[in-house]
Design a protein around this ligand. Sequence first.
Ligand SMILES: [Zn+2]
Length: 289
Amino acid sequence: MKERRVPAWLSASLAVGAFVALWLAERRRPLRRAVESEGMHGARNLAVAVAAAAALQLVERPVVGPLTKIVERRGWGLLKLARLPRWMETALAVVLLDYTLYLWHVLTHRVPFLWRFHAAHHVDLDLDASTALRFHFGELAISTVWRGAQVALIGVTPLSLSVWQTFLFLSVLFHHSNVRLPVEIERRLNLFVVTPRMHGIHHSIVREETDSNWSSGLTVWDWLHGTLRLNVPQDEIAIGVPAYREPEEVGLAEVLKMPFGEQRAAWILPGGVRPSRAPLPVAPNHLLP
Ligand SMILES: [Zn+2]
């Protein structure tokens, strides 16, 4: 029987199409002002992305792909407890994968060993579609363990996994992008999915702001956990991690070596000051321009 999944050509074309469209839109309507030179920033992020893609191909795929086939054949996982129509099982699998990714994202910030790797993503001084690709290869290799657990416990089939991966990749490209959407449109979109202004707040140097907006697809998880924070004006956000404010500290070699060296106190500026923000006059769930 032919395996059901999203064809590779389709997910690849959607990904490339979205990346090009966002790249063009970022140049026409930028949301935040860039700190680093565009060429340098983009080249570095793409180099980190090549290593990340290799980790996915060499570590995650050989483990998770066959595991979804075993799960399907043996009927493992929560979703196999009920006999659901295939479309409903696929939709629920995508939702549960999205929720458990929220939990993993919280862990990458809370567990010091995981933060060593996730910090390589957060120290980027600018946030755009190229940042969406810039994850440390170690983070992606380690997350294979979590992905395997998600697949086995939820009961993720090859079809569900491919639908979720396609959706997630497009979502991650979109919410890391530096595209200025009309705020009214973004407010509406943000009721459902993570948007650029929302994720920009997660990349702020103010720790309380980074400790919010952990969702990667649907916004509902932050809303349910009370970690949704939308009331920070984008032009007041400094992107990055306080301990690494200079471009020389976040070069390609520094980023790749980051998890393996001595760790700095991430949330304190070199002068010893902890970035903070005066209370904002609007409710946390009100998206500001
Ligand atoms: Zn993060």
